[in-house]
Unconditional design. Structure first.
Ligand code: ZN
Length: 179
């Protein structure tokens, strides 16, 4: 199934579930449609027109005042304080980094700034992946997913990211508005 077909199905999913309470947005994953829900009690079918639906719990959206930031873990979709795009300052989204640069020079980039930076014409899905002639990849040109370690002091090397970190990054929204 290609991205254009998934986009069409996403439109119909949106239409079909627009009145369901607790849904925060819709996205496209690897051969599946993501439904961002506010909590686990939102009931959804497992597929739509034969395409798997994957619920992703984003948590309640609350006023940020008076709420202490939770410690950073890979089990929720929070991002560390400094995890923002160096160009457009997008926060709370997937970011990429240079792989061969010293830490103090690393610039984090969101999907759109990364594509511009690398002069690519690609469509990246909600999992942060796109198709190349070599297969699916989550690298954008020379840029790789930026997965901070739990101390938020450095980034995992591309091939050494622990599974929890991989999952955390994969489930971060691609853009600030997943809808
Ligand atoms: Zn950006």
């Amino acid at each position: 199934m290609n991205i254009e077909q998934l986009k069409e199905i996403k439109k119909r999913v949106k239409e079909a579930f627009k009145d369901v309470k607790g849904i925060a947005g819709f996205g496209i994953g690897d051969n599946r449609i993501r439904i961002y829900v506010l909590n686990e009690s939102v009931e959804l079918p497992v597929e739509f027109e034969g395409v798997p639906l994957e619920p992703v719990v984003t948590g309640e959206i609350r006023c940020l005042e008076n709420v202490k930031p939770a410690p950073f873990t890979y089990t929720n979709l929070q991002t560390p304080e400094r995890y923002g795009c160096a160009k457009c300052e997008a926060k709370g989204v997937k970011l990429w980094r240079q792989w061969n640069t010293f830490l103090e020079h690393i610039e984090l980039l969101c999907v759109d700034c990364a594509i511009k930076d690398q002069c690519k014409e690609i469509t990246v899905n909600e999992d942060g992946r796109h198709e190349t002639y070599m297969g699916m990849t989550d690298q954008i040109g020379n840029l790789v997913p930026a997965v901070p370690d739990l101390e938020n002091e450095t980034f995992w090397g591309y091939t050494s990211v622990p599974e929890a970190g991989v999952q955390w990054w994969k489930h971060l929204p691609l853009r600030a508005e997943p809808v």
